[in-house]
Design a protein around this ligand. Structure first.
Ligand SMILES: [Zn+2]
Length: 71
């Protein structure tokens, strides 16, 4: 059981860590996973590969951004 209707991806934590923490995690997680526009080619293929590292899967552009969002 990794994903639930009410708490989304934070369901992976099961009953642990409390609601407000999981609410915050969900918001950040959702924002990091939604399609980001690449600043180089402007296509929506910009993905987070690690904390603060973002790479475009269309043109290969890699840059440092924020930990959970490109900038
Ligand atoms: Zn690109």
């Amino acid at each position: 059981m990794a994903r639930t209707k009410k708490i989304g991806a934070a369901g992976k934590f099961g009953p642990r860590y409390g609601k407000s923490v999981k609410d915050r995690f969900r918001e950040v997680h959702k924002a990091s996973k939604k399609p980001h526009k690449c600043p180089n080619c402007l296509k929506p293929g910009f993905k987070r590969v690690a904390s603060g590292i973002w790479v475009c899967n269309k043109c290969g552009h890699k840059m440092a951004g924020k930990a959970y969002k490109p900038m």
